[in-house]
Design a binder for this molecule. Sequence first.
Ligand code: AMP
Ligand code: ZN
Length: 463
Amino acid sequence: MDIYFYNTLTRKKEIFEPIDKKEVRIYSCGPTVYKNASIGNMRTNIFQDVLRRVLKYNGYSLKHAMNITDVGHLVSDGDEGEDKMLKSAREEKKSPMEIAQYYTELFFKDLKALNIEMPEIICKATDHIQEMLEYVEKLMENGYAYETSTAIYFDVSKLDKYPILSNLNLEDQKAGARIDVDREKRNHYDFALWIKAPENHLMKWDSPWGLSYPGWHIECSAMGQKYLGDQFDIHTGGIDLVPTHHENEIAQSKGKCGKIPARYWMHGEYLLIDGGKMSKSLGNVYLVKDIIEKGYNPLVYRLFSYSSHYRNKLNFTWEGIEAASKSLERLKNAYQMHLQGSDEIEDKAIGELENKFHIAINDDLNMPVAMGVVWDTVRYEKKSPKIAKLIEKFDTVLGLKIAEPMDRNEQQLPQEILELVEQRKQARENKDWNKSDELRNLIQSKGYEIKDTKNGTEIKIIK
Ligand code: AMP
Ligand code: ZN
């Protein structure tokens, strides 16, 4: 069955035709590991995981590379400000290496909690300094790069066309553009490939231009080419990467080998919080950990994300999460009912459902429509293990672990709450009622209600 993907490059939905008939090569821009990944970042990762799973469902094997940015991503996309890694290291009083390691581990933990498959290749920027240097040297040699007293820049005027991925209008923007920090730049849109390090800069490497460090965009071009070749099938990322990072990756690749690095460019839209932006200053940056601490199975968030197409915005609310939690429970229960059923179902009926699901996922990963088919399937009047098998097949794409029994109350509680409940139990056994009340209040302040019943202690999340 044909697969259709919306390609940002052509602004059209196109039939997907991989370069190799069996193996699809994908590159995804990974996290800059200087802070916790939010559930917004994770929405992009879920979209990328669904893409993987849909390709596998269609029989392809994958070579998927994702980078970990641990150097060179400056605070502003306009080659200005401090390196995000260094800023975070300074604020947290740790070394950049410690920061990178800490947040990379947390990122992997979130991927696991959301049942996101590990890409076949994970590549760290700082492990590929040599490849990046060689890339920049080649751009110099090809006449696409020049040196100023502060950096090596890519000269966008040397390209036949720039931009080609985004709708950026260079003329419009020029009028309102800020003054460039580096007045030696030839064109406003020239971007830094390599940056000369100030004296006390922590992360720097020897280069033909003295001690210096890479710009952000060069890492993806160098690692993408190293692991996937001059041209591969799909490049993914969040929608915000289109006008700068991905535009510049394409520029670099054209400058080095004359090719656009990927044939299909796929971008995930943003997650909103209560209809607006998620930001530190508004105090509404939620993490996967927050969802778990409220007592939810993290896969509830994964299911929640299927309520919107990946190219549409999705609005996060706790009510939405509560509804998704009930839905996940219903899916699991229905699966068990089918597993134990003994009704006769014709293969034709199964085939029709399977076909509808397949059409939906192949239509640019249309998960809201695919979920409609999943619901039709679980609600199928006759109960049969054949349906259970079909749900298992769908779940290879959904990644919801539907066949696993629902976690029950206590198992879902965070460790911290379980410990406080245990301490309160001890206090009650010692008839220390003051302590017991104190602990009840503390537990309550953390969002859990505690009730002593004949059958023991019940703990409920306060909504
Ligand atoms: P940041 O940590 O904000 O630099 O974001 C890292 C990447 O995650 C971005 O480049 C986006 O592609 C993606 N991202 C950030 N915030 C969101 C969001 N609210 N919704 C979806 N993706 C996001
Ligand atoms: Zn990238």
